[in-house]
Design a binder for this molecule. Structure first.
Ligand SMILES: *Cc1c(COP(=O)(O)O)cnc(C)c1O
Length: 411
């Protein structure tokens, strides 16, 4: 692959102009949208309007007049088509961790003759920590976590398992699990499944309804570009909404919050999964960010994501000085999400050197260098430039400089 061919890929890309809907800093190549999505221009405008006009001027009237109170539902409905969910099943609220707590407790109670929660050893730690917290709260006789290797998930499914908790795309390796198949196998054994879509919502077509999914959670600040700490979302299949109960029974999940009744009565729909007052500024930012998706075909996203990943892989493989990078992601694009991970003994320092040179990738302990591809605003030329810089840093051993070897609080 030569530079002219890469330029031609950008020219032919139907999503190329989408990047102009984002406020991207100049002299920066951003390959970390899988950790914190870039800033859509629509968000800048909306946040300033929400703060100055809606809050500043219209004050408390805005709960009705600017429909602040409906944001959890209206934002949930904007996310729904991106994850293959029909109406009334998605709500925007809290963080993934908190939403997992609600769904774990709810699912365990639905399947109360069983106690086991199966998940994978290298799942994103917060998912596992939340199960451990539920075990502490309820006791091991009601919630028992069993961790298995990713390739042994199927073998671990049996009649003692209550809940299968899986992340569709592994945060480190980018490995994509087969949602349809695993959900079906779990259901055959009477197991309820919670899917974590943190690295799949907005990165590839997700088909929750079609896969007959039970529950799901997902992230607002990664591929959906809602901004740092943006509220997350959760999905509960219609068929479970009348039987499932979640324990964080705050007033916003009440059937009639403004009746101020002393007795809790859950809303008979997805609203019951709210707890407290929505974070209006953050949720408005996510709401505006979701407008970017209105005319986007998820199949185009998937095709470009694969092409960006394949280009990155090809450029690394054809470069003699990058032989020390060991691919930790699946070799074929069908089995990957929208990122590539490489192991390298100096992964951390290489990543720091890249960032100083304006190429933002990220590092995941113990030695993984991770490149995320966000088809809405990553260009093929970005990938070319990034690998060119990577090659210089490795060839010249720039990463050995002491300033690239100082540890950081957030990586
Ligand atoms: C990013 C991420 C989270 C984040 O959880 P929060 O509680 O929203 O901070 C959870 N799970 C996975 C798989 C993630 O990648």
């Amino acid at each position: 692959m030569i530079f002219e061919e890469v330029k031609a890929l950008d020219k032919a890309d139907p999503l190329y102009t989408k990047r102009f809907e984002f406020d991207l800093p100049s002299h920066t190549i951003y390959l970390d949208g899988n950790s914190l999505g870039a800033l859509p221009k629509s968000v800048k405008k909306r946040v300033s309007e929400v703060v100055s006009q809606q809050w500043g001027n219209d004050l408390i009237k805005s709960w009705n007049n600017h429909a602040w109170i409906d944001l959890p539902i209206s934002v949930g409905e904007k996310i729904a088509p991106l994850i293959g969910a029909s109406e009334g099943q998605v709500i925007c609220c809290d963080s993934i961790s908190v939403n997992l707590f609600k769904l774990l407790c709810g699912a365990l109670k639905l399947n109360s003759t069983r106690t086991k929660v199966v998940s994978t050893k290298d799942n994103f730690p917060t998912d596992l920590y939340m199960v451990q917290g539920v075990t502490d709260l309820l006791g091991e006789n009601l919630c028992e976590l069993e961790l298995v290797e990713e390739h042994l998930i199927e073998q671990s499914l049996n009649q003692s398992v209550a809940v299968l908790l899986l992340t569709q795309v592994n945060f480190r390796s980018g490995k994509l699990l087969d949602m349809e198949k695993l959900t079906k196998l779990a259901h055959e054994k009477g197991i309820l499944v919670i899917w974590d879509l943190a690295h799949s919502a907005g990165a590839l077509p997700v088909e929750l309804d079609k896969c007959n999914a039970d529950f799901a959670v997902g992230c607002g600040y990664k591929y959906l570009n809602g901004g740092p700490g943006s509220p997350a979302f959760l999905y509960v299949a219609k068929r479970h909404q009348t039987s499932v109960k979640q324990p964080l029974s705050g007033w916003m999940g009440h059937a009639k919050p403004f009746d101020f009744e002393p007795r809790y009565q859950a809303a008979p729909n997805i609203s019951q999964f709210q707890s407290g007052t929505p974070s209006v500024i953050g949720m408005s930012a996510l709401d505006a960010a979701l407008d970017v998706w209105q005319d986007v075909d998820m199949l185009q996203i998937r095709n470009k994501s694969k092409a960006l990943g394949n280009l990155c892989l090809e450029l690394i493989r054809q470069n003699e000085s990058l032989k020390g990078l060991q691919l930790c992601s699946p070799d074929t694009d069908e089995h990957r999400g929208s990122q590539l991970a490489f192991a390298h003994d100096h992964g951390f320092a290489i990543c720091q050197a890249l960032i100083e040179k304006g190429v933002i990738a990220d590092f995941r302990a113990p030695n993984i260098l991770r490149f995320g591809f966000t088809p809405l605003y990553t260009s093929y030329e970005d990938v070319w430039q990034a690998i060119d810089m990577l090659s210089n840093i490795v060839k010249n051993e720039t990463y050995k400089e002491p300033r690239f070897n100082v540890s950081l609080k957030v990586t």
